[in-house]
Design a protein around this ligand. Sequence first.
Ligand code: FAD
Length: 289
Amino acid sequence: MNIVRFSPASLTPYNSYRVAAWAEACFFSETADDFVAALRQSVGVRTVLLGHGCNVILSQDHYDSSVRFLATARLEPALAVAGDRLSAGAGARLRDACRLAARAGLSGLERLWDIPGSVGGAAHMNAGAYGTSFYEVVESVDVLYPATGERAALSREQCRPAYRMTAFQGTDTVILGVRLTLTPADPAAVLAEMGRIGKLRRSKLPYDLPSAGSVFRRPDGAPPVGQIMEEAGLKGFRIGGAQISPRHAGIIVNAGSATGADILAVVEAMRRAARQRYGVELVLEQVVV
Ligand SMILES: Cc1cc2nc3c(=O)[nH]c(=O)nc-3n(C[C@H](O)[C@H](O)[C@H](O)COP(=O)(O)OP(=O)(O)OC[C@H]3O[C@@H](n4cnc5c(N)ncnc54)[C@H](O)[C@@H]3O)c2cc1C
């Protein structure tokens, strides 16, 4: 097996909040073999696996070498279509998978169009929008268990998908790739639906500033988070560089040199507001590193 070297690097390009952070031990692999070697070499060491970093909050501006950062963002995307099946490596952009499906005349990913991040991240988080989620089209997920080096192809049921949840959360299981089953359709119709969704998203979400999308899971027994924050007068509320988006109050944006601490302070203010107004405990969707 290859021996890989971990080295210091900036994490700023690897988190969509664009928080400035530095880590002493990083390996941003370009080949699947090196990626697996790095995972196997890191057993017993605290390891943070990033996809494209579109759903993470980096809480520190410096990480010493006791924690290793690995990312799939530079891996070969390995996107392919055969019949009504689409396969993708973990590092492939979800947007590229959607585009490929549309070109091949395959329907099923349209409402996931324009969700930033990787296929591996979507499979870990069960990304979703507009009443659908990633696992609706998943046939199987290829995983690696780093401790033993064992690999498996898991069925959708084995991944136990639920609203923004999967069996992988809270475990060290690494997603290597996915196979999707889609439905043959007219490419023009698929593209038109993606265009509609893209316009809808751009009209509602603050794509103009760095963010990581919705901060919290949708609460049970209370209005959407954005509405709670508006009612609490928190739209536009700011601590340091982190601001509750004036366009969508369920999203925190980096309005200028935000730190992880700024973002987490705004998270706390949002939690307090939901507790006070509706007695609900908001649950973070984003992953704090
Ligand atoms: C503007 C904007 C809009 C967004 N809109 C939506 C939306 O509509 N719906 C939605 O669901 N999300 C949305 N998001 C959040 C984000 O795009 C998704 O959660 C996405 O699936 C994260 O993918 P990622 O590769 O960036 O994962 P990361 O943020 O890198 O990682 C998220 C988690 O997944 C784990 N992970 C990543 N890759 C792997 C892997 N290969 N194996 C095992 N674990 C892995 C990480 O360890 C981490 O715990 C939005 C984000 C932004 C910035």
